[in-house]
Ligand binder design. Structure first.
Ligand code: PLP
Length: 397
């Protein structure tokens, strides 16, 4: 008899976006003429940068000719991309990450979900609350049900401290989804010291790194002293360069990083991750990686920076409008997400904005218990729609 993995039945159903879609559909049915503006999900709206498009067109031509055609590539990614990542994302900032520690993938979600496979089934896991649900659900699927939630509240500026955390592995995400908060170097250093002191692991999700503009805010966990012996970092081209539909990301696994066998022997994680990726993944496409490489060209850097500046200005406008309406807002700086304290039930507030302003947001309760009382407003939309949404929200409030 074939048995199922019963851990799947223990995943909390995440009705969040399905429930939002159902409520929006019902609203549209009742008000067919309403022009609904979506500031809910975190998908980009600006088209790919011209430098990326040109590079991908050239890559298609490469694929069309003998001599330049590429079949299977290296599972870890092409050297032309890994070298540029190491140079621009790390060396230029004085951060020690080598090209052979960079594993290119088809996005950060898979890497965030897959990395736990390298850890013992009984590893204790901690996550922030509210949280990007992938960290929790992938661990529950693997049988780790007892996940420690670290409340991220106004009181700790949405950055938990490691004091009292007895997990073996912690997921940290800064700039944060959904709260939009950033962590200071001191706050991240405290986590690195905690991890090194207890032979623990940090899985650091830096998917929103490109939104950081404030000087001094760390872009990478590897800016902390000692992080190379306790941390893995995931990055994504999704929000950095509008690759949500193209699919490309990468994970940094330092050569020094180890986890431990039952007898206490240190086992390097980089060869394990190499084994995992070469066995289960066949690499991001050549065309995609040529597009990602173009992000690091002078034109690509300027064009993608302009796109992020555009979303950041949207976020600033949304934050200012909500603050003017008397609400406490967090995020929206160094992040595309504005986290609004709605002083009450987040689904009720969501329904109110949908009914009265025809604007879709995301209720904080969908990201975890500590998200109740907040809504997330995303800056991913056209300026015209953001301005209209702000106007309507201000009237509705
Ligand atoms: N990590 C966080 C925190 C995210 O919010 C997202 C997407 O919204 C991802 C990872 C997924 O990134 P990717 O598109 O590279 O899979």
């Amino acid at each position: 008899m074939i048995r199922v993995n019963e851990n799947y039945s223990r995943i909390k159903p995440t009705y969040l976006f399905a429930e939002i879609a159902a409520r929006v559909a019902a609203h549209q049915k009742a008000h067919p003429d309403a022009k609904v503006i979506r500031l809910g999900i975190g998908d980009v709206t600006e088209p790919l940068a011209p430098a990326v498009i040109a590079a991908m067109h050239r890559a298609v031509d490469d694929e069309a000719a003998r001599g330049t055609f590429h079949g299977y590539g290296p599972e870890q990614g092409y050297a032309f991309l890994r070298d540029r990542i190491a140079e621009v994302d790390f060396h230029a900032r004085g951060v020690d990450v080598k090209a052979d520690e960079i594993f290119v993938s088809d996005g950060a979600k898979c890497d965030c979900g897959n990395f736990q496979e390298l850890l013992a089934a009984d590893a204790k896991v901690a996550v922030g609350d509210p949280v990007y649900p992938v960290y929790v659900d992938t661990n529950v699927m693997a049988g780790r049900h007892d996940i420690q939630l670290l409340p991220c509240t106004k009181a700790n500026s949405f950055v938990p401290s490691p004091d009292g955390c007895d997990a073996d592995v912690v997921y940290l995400c800064y700039p944060n989804n959904p709260t939009g908060a950033t962590a200071s170097l001191e706050q991240l250093q405290a986590w690195v010291d905690w991890a090194n002191a207890g032979r623990r692991l940090i899985l650091f999700d830096a998917a929103y790194e490109a939104f950081i503009r404030t000087p001094g805010v760390p872009h990478s966990i590897f800016e902390c002293k000692g992080a190379r012996t306790c941390a893995v970092e995931m990055r994504s081209f999704s929000k950095t360069a509008g690759f949500t539909g193209v699919r490309c990301g990468y994970t940094v696994v330092p050569s020094e990083l180890v986890a431990y066998a039952a007898d206490g022997a240190a086992v390097p994680l980089k060869p394990m991750w190499t084994r995992r990726q070469t066995t289960k993944f066949n690499g991001a496409s050549y065309i995609t990686q040529r597009g990602a490489e173009a992000v690091y060209s002078p034109e690509g850097l300027a064009q993608t920076k302009a796109q992020i500046d555009f979303y950041l200005e949207n976020a600033r406008l949304v934050s200012a409008a909500l603050a003017k309406a008397g609400y406490d807002v967090a995020g929206g700086v160094d992040s595309p997400y504005v986290w609004v304290d709605v002083k009450g039930d987040s689904w009720k507030f969501f329904d109110h904005l949908l009914a009265e302003a025809n604007v879709v947001t995301t209720p904080g309760a969908g990201f975890g218990r500590a998200g109740e009382g907040f809504i997330r407003i995303s800056a991913f939309n056209s300026r015209e729609n953001v301005l209209e949404a702000i106007d309507r929200i201000s009237k509705a409030l």
